[in-house]
Design a protein around this ligand. Structure first.
Ligand SMILES: NC(=O)C1=CN([C@@H]2O[C@H](COP(=O)(O)OP(=O)(O)OC[C@H]3O[C@@H](n4cnc5c(N)ncnc54)[C@H](O)[C@@H]3O)[C@@H](O)[C@H]2O)C=CC1
Length: 292
């Protein structure tokens, strides 16, 4: 199965490349081709659908996105193009070819109220432009129909790019104590686990279009950012004291949801993908960083 992936340098795209490299020929049952921003810019939705038609893949994974949550507040047009119009064009092209389309969305489509895990049936109510742009993308992908899967995930970390794990390790090089937000709760999710889930979804949708839909996928257990930081330091053997603070004491341009817990039961039932234990995935990432 030939899978075309939008994105080459992002966390999930790099994790997909790792999966390919780790598996001997044939074991992945898929060949992946990655499209960089230089090859196809997602601000040009027509170029996205043209690339799909021209390359005639068996499935498409969209691992590219405008992920600057704060920057999006003032860069609305760009965020909307990349997160809504581009996936819309990709989904329509895939539906026209009757091939699976897997795209990734976010917990930021929710307003973070309450403490119950969000189910895929709950009504989204984003707090900022980034969440709105991703939600607009979800709606357009659903409207396109076909063999689509939208995989909402949260708190992505890996050995690549910018993420919380790397930020914590960098800060701890010069600090012996940190104040970290303790009232936002969610499931940290390794890019490697998301990559494996995306592949499985693409392969399942190729066999069975009835499994098309919206799914949640996040690491377990749910924790606060402060708890996440403590576990990073514990596993890395770094001595750095973590004091939890409230979101109100750490103002950001875009408001963040307090409750990012996600109900992932439908994903488990439909694809036999369980919530990964992020503490185990974290150990792999720390090892990867150590070897880099
Ligand atoms: N990073 C996180 O904590 C979370 C991410 N997500 C979603 O997961 C998915 C993957 O996220 P990450 O791998 O962390 O993202 P990332 O920020 O590491 O990578 C994004 C990729 O998109 C590409 N890109 C951005 N603008 C582009 C454009 N105009 N044209 C072509 N390519 C462009 C970048 O070059 C990069 O390769 C995204 O859909 C994101 O919205 C969901 C929840 C949390």
């Amino acid at each position: 199965m030939h899978i075309l992936v939008f994105g080459r340098t992002g966390q999930v795209a790099r994790a997909l490349q790792d999966l390919m490299a780790a598996k001997p020929d044939g074991a992945l049952a898929s060949t992946l081709t990655f499209l960089s921003r230089e090859e196809v810019d997602l601000t040009d939705p027509q170029a996205c659908s043209d690339a799909i038609i021209a390359r005639a893949p068996d499935a498409v994974i969209n691992a590219a996105a405008y992920t600057g949550v704060d920057a999006a507040e003032t860069d609305t047009d760009q965020a909307h193009k990349v997160n809504a119009e581009a996936p819309s064009a990709m989904a329509r092209a895939c539906a026209s070819q009757d091939i699976p389309f897997v795209t990734i969305s976010t917990d930021y489509v929710f307003d973070g109220s309450g403490t119950a895990p969000w189910s895929p049936d709950d009504s989204p109510q984003p707090l900022g432009v980034y969440g709105y742009s991703k939600l607009a993308g979800e709606k357009a992908v659903r409207a396109a129909g076909g063999r689509f899967a939208i995989l909402r995930t949260s708190w992505v970390f890996s050995a690549y790019g910018q993420n919380f794990v790397k930020t914590m390790l960098r800060l701890a090089e010069t600090r012996d104590s940190l104040t970290i937000v303790g009232d936002q709760i969610g499931g940290p999710t390794a890019a490697a686990d998301i990559a494996a889930a995306c592949l499985r979804l693409a392969q399942c949708l190729a066999a069975d279009p009835d499994r098309a839909g919206l799914y949640h996928f996040s690491g377990t257990p749910d924790v606060s950012w402060a708890d996440f930081a403590r576990e990073i330091f514990r596993q890395a053997g770094v001595s750095c004291m973590v004091t939890p603070i409230s979101s109100a004491d750490y103002p950001t341009v875009a408001k963040r949801p307090l409750n990012s817990r996600m109900e992932c039961e439908l994903t488990a039932q439909t694809f036999q993908i369980e919530r990964p234990d992020w503490t185990i995935s974290l150990a792999h990432v720390l090892k990867q960083l150590e070897q880099a």
